[in-house]
Structure formats: structure tokens, C-alpha cells
Design a protein around this ligand. Structure first.
Ligand SMILES: Nc1ncnc2c1ncn2[C@@H]1O[C@H](COP(=O)(O)OP(=O)(O)OP(=O)(O)O)[C@@H](O)[C@H]1O
Ligand SMILES: [Mg+2]
Length: 158
């Protein structure tokens, strides 16, 4: 498991980090986005989608559960906060989204325990006490290709 850590000092920096990643990823990737409410999961997603060159407006899928971007879709953006039970994933046809060769952005992914994804990146955003515009971002991956992309981006951002 490779683990990286960055600090962003503004909303813009989190957006830009997402943008760099979206630009650099040229294969379908499953991204778990963890962190409390307001940590910046959706903001990161906005940057990522724009970085992939898509002009779709990115909004929080809290109520829709899933938004899709691109035509044909290139990204499915989920927010599973409102789901209570893994069975609800089946009911919404979650499995059908996995076989379409798209990138998945998954906010509140804790219900997803029985699927394994390769390549996969886990991003954990944490707000910083006393610094409202700062976030710690931890990046975890087992995938060599993803780790290489991260190394490249983080070096370029230094
Ligand atoms: N460094 C930063 N990185 C990300 N967001 C920041 C930062 N500083 C301030 N913010 C603000 O924090 C908020 C993050 O909101 P966002 O909707 O992205 O959170 P979220 O993690 O998706 O929350 P939810 O769990 O409710 O979906 C925005 O209002 C953003 O402007
Ligand atoms: Mg959100």
C-alpha cells in the first residue's frame, strides 16, 4: 500500500489537485472519497471532472445518489450518504455501473464492502482545527499505475 499526504491551503488548491489528477488519469479508476461533511469531497470531484476535459456541471449527488458526466458517460459520481443498507446498492443497480468502463467517484463509500476494484484510489480529506481553509489529504493505493501518477502530480505541485 502506497500512502501519500498533501495539505491544501484553500478551496482552489483542492480543486486544482482534483484537476491535475483528472488530467493525468487516462484509464478508468475507482476513487473512494472519505471525510466528514464539508471536507471537500464534492469540490475535489468538480476539479477532477473538469480536469478530464468534461464541461458538465458537477453538483452534489446527495439526493440523486448518482450523477453522470460525459456523453457517453465517462464518470459516475455517487454520494451514498443517504443509503442505510448494502441491499439498497443492489436496488439502485449499482453493479451495472461497474461494468461500463467508467471512472467512479464515490462519496461516503463505507457501504461498499464486498466489491474489489482495481485500480482503486482512496482519498481521505480532513479539516484542520483552527484553519478553516486548510485540508489534509491522504492518498492510498495498491495500484502501481496510480501510484506513479500520484508521484508525478505531487512532485509537480511542490
Ligand atoms: N482547502 C479546502 N479544500 C476543500 N474545501 C475547502 C477548503 N477550504 C475551504 N473549503 C470549503 O469547504 C467546503 C467543502 O464542501 P464539499 O461540498 O466539497 O464537501 P463534501 O466533503 O462533499 O461534503 P458532504 O459530505 O456534505 O458531501 C466548500 O464550501 C469549500 O469552499
Ligand atoms: Mg459532497
Amino acid at each position: 500500500m502506497q500512502e501519500k499526504r498533501i495539505i491544501t491551503k484553500s478551496s482552489r488548491e483542492t480543486f486544482d489537485f482534483g484537476h491535475h489528477l483528472g488530467e493525468a488519469i487516462d484509464f478508468p479508476l475507482v476513487i473512494f472519497l472519505k471525510g466528514e461533511m464539508g471536507a471537500g469531497k464534492t469540490l475535489f470531484s468538480k476539479g477532477f471532472v473538469a480536469g478530464m476535459g468534461l464541461e458538465d456541471e458537477v453538483t452534489s449527488p446527495t439526493y440523486t445518489i448518482v450523477n453522470e458526466y460525459g456523453n457517453p458517460p465517462k464518470i459516475f459520481h455517487f454520494d451514498l450518504y443517504r443509503l442505510q443498507d448494502p441491499d439498497e446498492l443492489y436496488e439502485m443497480g449499482f453493479e451495472d455501473y461497474l461494468t461500463q468502463g467508467c471512472t467512479l467517484l464515490l462519496e461516503w463509500p463505507d457501504l461498499i464492502t464486498e466489491y474489489s476494484f482495481e485500480p482503486k484510489l482512496e482519498i481521505i480529506l480532513t479539516a484542520q482545527i483552527d484553519m478553516p481553509d486548510q485540508r489534509e489529504i491522504i492518498l492510498k493505493t495498491d495500484n502501481q499505475k496510480v501510484a506513479q501518477v500520484l508521484n508525478r502530480i505531487l512532485n509537480a505541485m511542490k
